[in-house]
Write a protein that binds this ligand. Structure first.
Ligand code: NAP
Length: 287
């Protein structure tokens, strides 16, 4: 039996693909309404994280941030003490590498196994089982869950020991957040100096300086529709984790530290739950 805790934008779609591939899945989410569709598709409901863990051979989590993962695993009603000895916890949440190593350690203390396995890819890749899994931990444990990851993703990359999956994820999101901010700034600069927004966007997307993912943000910027695929609050959290991790590793990150504060300003505007491409509004809206 697979357990799945955290049925937000990503987790609900990942769990749906496990069911589609024929796995038996028990799900738990703080807000039960998000589980309804999965329950109709045959998932079993657990009343608590503990109950999900008791029933699971492999337990996936896809939660908002390190504090939430910590509360749900080690808090008062936490699941970690309820997984049976030898079972495997796969944390797909985006967290920092030190946190993943601490969770690996907490798992080992309880004679459990652990993988950090954050994913690259957003709402649509999650829906279409096209995620890229970035895995830290033992190769043997990875082989055990490979068929499950294959049901949810298109590739699986073993990055090394515990924490290395989370490390690679932070490298990717550092590029993602900064690239989006630069694109937003470039488009609004073009508009400010008299170019038409659509022309700037089309020309940039047709050239070599623009990252491929920005094609998926085209309509958001053109139509000001910032319905979330990747909520801004999570991207801002990821850049904060990059900054913190850089400090721990004695390395300077001057650019990311500015960019993360730009996202913090967007958060102060009340845009936490919008797609992170909403950063464009910060540059383009003038009083
Ligand atoms: P989301 O839709 O905001 O879902 C967050 C999940 O965390 C929900 O299940 C939510 O439960 C749960 N949660 C939040 N606060 C909680 C708390 N205090 N106690 C218990 N549960 C809590 O986010 P998402 O986009 O699926 O992202 C999930 C993780 O994947 C994040 O770490 C994110 O950085 C990462 N990620 C996201 C994307 C993306 O494009 N969206 C891509 C790659 C990785 P409720 O439903 O009850 O709120």
């Amino acid at each position: 039996m697979i357990g799945f805790i955290g049925l937000g934008i990503m987790g609900s779609r990942m769990a749906a693909n496990l069911l589609k591939a024929g796995f038996e899945v028990t799900v738990y989410n703080r807000s039960k309404d998000k589980a309804e569709e999965l329950l109709n598709k045959g998932a079993k409901w657990a009343e608590s994280p503990k109950e999900a863990a008791e029933k699971s051979d492999v337990l996936f989590t896809m939660l908002a941030n390190p504090s939430v993962v910590e509360a749900v695993s080690l808090g008062e009603e936490g699941f970690l003490d309820s997984l049976k000895e030898g079972k495997l916890w796969v944390d797909c949440s985006t967290v920092d590498p030190s946190f993943s190593r601490r969770m690996a350690n907490e798992s080992e203390k309880r004679h459990l196994r652990f993988l950090d396995a954050p994913v690259s890819g957003s709402k649509l890749p999650a829906e279409n089982a096209e995620l890229i899994f970035l895995v830290g931990g033992s190769g043997e444990d990875l082989e055990e869950v490979r068929p499950m990851m294959e049901a949810m993703g298109k590739s699986i990359v073993h990055q090394g020991s515990h924490g290395m999956g989370s490390s690679m994820k932070l490298v990717i999101n550092l590029m993602l957040g900064q690239t989006m901010a630069v694109f937003a700034e470039a488009v609004s600069f073009g508009e400010a100096i008299g170019l038409e927004r659509g022309t700037v966007v089309e020309t940039l997307l047709g050239g070599i300086t623009t990252a491929p993912f920005l094609k998926g943000k085209k309509n958001k910027v053109l139509e000001h529709d910032f319905a979330p695929e990747f909520p801004l609050e999570h991207l801002q959290k990821d850049l904060q984790l990059v900054s913190q991790t850089a400090f721990e590793n004695n390395t300077a990150m001057p650019i990311v530290n500015v960019t993360k504060e730009i996202y913090a300003l967007a958060k102060q505007q009340g845009w936490s739950k919008e797609d992170f491409s909403v950063i464009y509004r910060l540059f383009s809206e003038k009083k």
